[in-house]
Ligand binder design. Sequence first.
Ligand code: 3PG
Length: 398
Amino acid sequence: GDLASLGDVTGKRVLVRSDLNVPLDGTRITDDGRVRASVPTIRALAEAGARVVVVAHLGRPKGAPDAAFSLGPVAERLGELLGSPVAFATDTVGDSARSTVDALSDGGVAVLENVRFNPGETSKDDAERGAFADQLASLADAFVSDGFGVVHRKQASVYDVAQRLPHAMGQLVSTEIEVLRRLTESPERPYVVVLGGSKVSDKLGVIDNLLEKTDRLLIGGGMVFTFLAAQGHEVGASLLEKDQLDVCRAYLRRAEEAGVQILLPSDVVVDTAFPSGDRTPQPSVVPASEIPADAMGLDIGPEASRAFAGALADARTVFWNGPMGVFEVGAFADGTRAVAQALTQVDGLSVVGGGDSAAAVRTLGFDEDAFGHISTGGGASLEYLEGKTLPGITVLED
Ligand code: 3PG
């Protein structure tokens, strides 16, 4: 159920699993989107008088404390956004966690240190995970699942703890699920899916599940070169997943049979080296069928950008996941910018899938409100769209 299903939470200790996994540059948060998205549920519980205990992960530490992955800076940011101080425990289930939770007053908020500092969190062994979930559960009277970005993980703070406490779904998780449902259950047409990012192999499940359900599939980013190669083009020094060539050929065939249009870029922006260090980019635009042997494709070209925008113009439903190029470098950001711009014009539901594309629209300066929904989940939204069951959701329904 939703938060109301927990009944009166005044004075109760409520453990909230949030996804606070934000990109950091040292201790500076470079995109706080996930922290902001976590605020409504935390605030609602605090305002209802609960003692809120937030548990979350940051990065992929190796099951032991590691200062580089401390949630300290994130707890501080959360306090700024809430407009009230947030207590921080320097461990997850140890003495600091216990005393921090004990010191909370009604309406107070605490953040526990990175849950992945504990080997039990991500253990594949049910008993080990369960033992750690017991410790987490002992800190609270109820559990709220709000970390949408991790609901595809069968981990102690996402899955096992829900089996040990009265539980509810947070506002972020229910909003995200609602939007994704609209993308899979009778979406308004035309339905256009835009995929990018570096690897085809990350997107196979989504293409497989959505191909016949869409009207158009637009492909850019590093993954497009495997499709171009599958069509028989030379891709020079571009990214290429040779073991996926047959898979891409099969998708192109399936699309043709189903009357679904797969749109690949007609031109690309290339350079002779991947942008790195202080080397000045030397971009040039070439037809996608004439990529020189020493050139690497780093963005879709201007003609492709116009074609992609045109293919999005009459869409009523759009899902976009993955940048069109190396958008972090100005010379290779135009394709991603053009797609983002086109999404802001959509008369209908436009959804930006999480991770890189969500960070891209924010770092390129777009107003978040111009999109229908910006998901906080990368892997989680993809797995939902692949038709997989998400352990962190099913456990709430049982
Ligand atoms: C994400 O960044 O997609 C989520 O926070 C999940 O992180 P993970 O892939 O390390 O489990």
